[in-house]
Write a new protein. Structure first.
Length: 316
């Protein structure tokens, strides 16, 4: 029988195309990742990676194997969750996965309320770096983003709940000519230097490219940041401007101007996923209620009123 952990590592290698990047994402050493891949090669009897210069490239067989293993890994994750619930009690533990800006801006308020209403509950939160449909369906409650022009994908045994629409804002240095503007057409920024905000975020990257194309230009990126904190820091330092989700500025303390773009006003859809087996857990249902309340407030931030974040969301 194939080792599921090695299959999980192989899928990460295929997705990133890099042993070092896989090691960083999984919290392992590059040598450990390489050892697992080589051991899996011996188990299956064919090559999974090949050398390309100083790096590696997954073989076509590795891609097929990684794709075919998705369902098995998802089923094992589900089985592990069932075992934990049976061992610990379904109402004493709640697992939650979300993207970073929702984790920083929303989850502290949710956790505070849950702690007050469910004193014996343990909330386990994990943050994923890449928000893709393939990664959905691993926790009791998950928060994901969707492109408004893509068909929603719901993993098996989950219910999807729309939380709200998160507009994107143009983040500009404090001395930018439009720093004090409440809104303006996106095409007004066609001649600016741009910072690619969190290039590992496929949703944000695709949405920015689509919005600028609709506005009639291709942004001139002079810097690419792998995380949103660094991206906003580059903007504050005057490196360039960036198109960022409104939710991400809810905890940022950088001295930055935020302008709401028009023609178009790009936005992403934020949704929650509730695992069917967690519907009997009252804390899970309450979490969906709290997230829905927070999602309804997405349009409250007025970039013309402040130069930086309004602070974490609070539930009244």
């Amino acid at each position: 029988m194939l080792d599921l952990n090695r299959l999980r590592i192989l899928r990460a290698v295929v997705a990133s195309g890099s042993v070092n990047d896989t090691a960083r994402r999984l919290g392992l050493t590059p040598s450990t990742v390489s050892q697992h891949v080589h051991t899996l090669e011996r188990e299956v009897g064919f090559a999974l990676v090949e050398r390309v210069g100083r790096g590696i490239r997954p073989t076509p067989a590795a891609v097929v194997l990684a794709t075919a293993s998705a369902e098995a890994l998802r089923s094992m994750k589900e089985l592990d969750g069932v075992v934990r619930e049976l061992r610990e009690g379904a109402t004493e533990r709640l697992t939650m996965r979300t993207f970073a800006s929702a984790a920083y801006t929303w989850v502290p308020a949710v956790a505070r309320t849950l702690r007050s209403e469910f004193p014996g509950l343990t909330l386990e939160l994990s943050i994923y770096e890449t928000d893709t449909a393939e990664l959905a369906g691993q926790a009791d409650v998950e928060v994901h983003t969707e492109l408004p022009y893509d068909e929603p994908t719901v993993p098996p045994a989950y219910r999807r709940v729309e939380l709200g629409l998160d507009d994107f804002l143009v983040a500009v240095p404090p001395d930018h000519p439009l720093a004090e503007a409440e809104s303006c057409e996106l095409s007004e920024f066609s001649e600016d230097d741009w910072v690619q905000y969190d290039f590992s975020d496929e949703i944000a990257t695709r949405l920015a490219a689509h919005a600028c194309a609709v506005a009639g230009f291709t942004p001139r990126y002079v810097s690419r940041a792998q995380d949103h904190v660094t991206g906003l820091a580059f903007v504050a330092a005057g490196v360039g401007i960036a198109l960022v989700p409104q939710l991400a500025v809810g905890w940022s303390g950088f001295d930055i101007g935020y302008v709401r773009p028009t023609n178009p006003t790009p936005h992403r859809r934020i949704v929650a996923l509730l695992r069917d087996s967690a519907r009997t857990n009252p804390a899970a249902g309450r979490t969906i209620e709290l997230l829905t309340e927070l999602g309804g407030r997405l349009g409250e931030f007025n970039p013309a009123l402040r130069r930086h974040a309004p602070g974490p969301s609070r539930l009244g």
